[in-house]
Design a protein around this ligand. Structure first.
Ligand code: SF4
Length: 260
C-alpha cells in the first residue's frame, strides 16, 4: 500500500503515511533499530495509485489528519519518485486537507544530491512549509558507525545537514537507544550535544530557526532485535534537559521534545 493511516506519537495524532518502496526496503542507512522488516512486495510504486488512495483516505478521516508524511519502508528522499510524489501530495493536501502538515522523515542522505537538496529547501519554505525531520543520531563517527551503519561519510553528511538547516527550517530527530547492550558513551552524548547546539546556533544566525529537537526512544519491535534496547525515559529526559539548558544559555528558543 503506498498510502496508510497510523497513529504517530510525534505528530500527536493521525498521520497519513506515504511509502515509496512497496516492493522492498531501500535505504542508505542500516540502523540496527530499524522497524522495517525484510519483505518482498509485489509491484513498483505507482503515482496514480498513491493519488487515488490519498483522495480516498483524506476525506474519510477529515480534520483528524495531523499530517501527511513521507517515510515508509526506506529513505524517501532517495526514491526516483520522491519529488513527483511529494508535489502531487502537496496539491492534494491543498484541496482536501489544507490543515494537515506535510512531513518528510529523512536520514539526510538525499541532501547529497543537489536537486533533492534544492527541492527540500524550496518546499520547507512558504507556501508549502513542509516539515523536514532530519536524523541526527550521532555526534561522533564512532557512534554513527554503530547506530546508522551507512557508507555515506559522517563528516560529509554533517556538513550537508549544517548547510541545509542554515537555509531551511527543520526538525532534528535523534533516536536514543542501546546497541549491543550499551547506551551511547558519555563522549558521544557530549559530541552530539555540541553538534546539536552548533546546528541550532547556525539556524538562528541565518534566520531559519529549527522548529524543534525530537529525542525519541525505541518503542516498537525492530528487525535487528534484540540488538537494540529501550532506555529508561529518565535518560531521554536528562539528555533533553541538558540540551535545553545549553540552548537557553545561548539565548536560543528552540523546544526539545522527548518521545520515550
Ligand atoms: S534511516 Fe530509517 S528506514 Fe533507513 S535504516 Fe534507519 S530507521 Fe530504517
Amino acid at each position: 500500500m503506498p498510502v496508510y493511516a497510523c497513529y504517530s506519537r510525534r505528530s500527536g495524532g493521525l498521520s497519513i503515511g506515504i511509502n515509496l518502496f512497496p516492493a522492498e526496503k531501500v535505504c542508505t542507512f542500516d540502523c540496527p533499530y530499524c522497524e522495517v522488516f525484510p519483505f518482498k512486495g509485489s509491484g513498483a510504486f505507482s503515482l496514480a495509485k498513491m493519488e487515488d488512495e490519498l483522495k480516498r483516505i483524506l476525506p474519510e478521516n477529515g480534520a483528524a489528519v495531523k499530517d501527511i508524511s513521507f517515510s515508509g519502508c526506506g529513505e524517501p528522499a532517495v526514491s526516483p519518485h520522491f519529488t513527483e510524489a511529494f508535489s502531487s501530495a502537496a496539491l492534494i493536501r491543498g484541496e482536501l486537507a489544507p490543515a494537515a502538515e506535510l512531513v518528510v522523515i529523512t536520514n539526510g542522505t538525499g541532501l547529497l544530491n543537489r536537486e533533492t537538496f534544492d527541492f527540500l529547501h524550496r518546499v520547507s519554505l512558504p507556501p508549502v512549509k513542509a516539515k523536514i525531520w532530519l536524523k541526527l543520531d550521532a555526534g561522533t563517527e564512532e557512534w554513527y558507525k554503530v547506530i546508522n551503519r551507512s557508507r555515506v561519510p559522517f563528516d560529509v553528511l554533517m556538513s550537508k545537514i549544517g548547510e541545509f538547516t542554515a537555509g531551511s527550517p527543520a526538525v532534528i530527530q535523534t533516536m536514543h537507544c542501546s546497541v549491543n547492550g550499551a547506551p551511547p558513551p558519555d563522549c558521544e552524548l557530549e559530541a552530539w550535544e555540541e553538534a546539536a547546539l552548533r546546528i541550532a546556533e547556525n539556524s538562528v544566525r541565518n534566520k531559519n530557526p529549527l522548529y524543534a529537537f525530537h529525542i525519541y526512544g525505541k518503542s516498537r519491535p525492530g528487525a535487528g532485535d534484540p540488538c537494540c534496547g529501550r532506555l529508561p525515559a529518565e535518560e531521554l529526559e536528562l539528555r533533553a534537559a541538558s540540551l535545553a539548558a545549553r540552548l537557553a544559555t545561548a539565548g536560543l528558543n528552540i523546544p526539545v521534545r522527548v518521545f520515550p
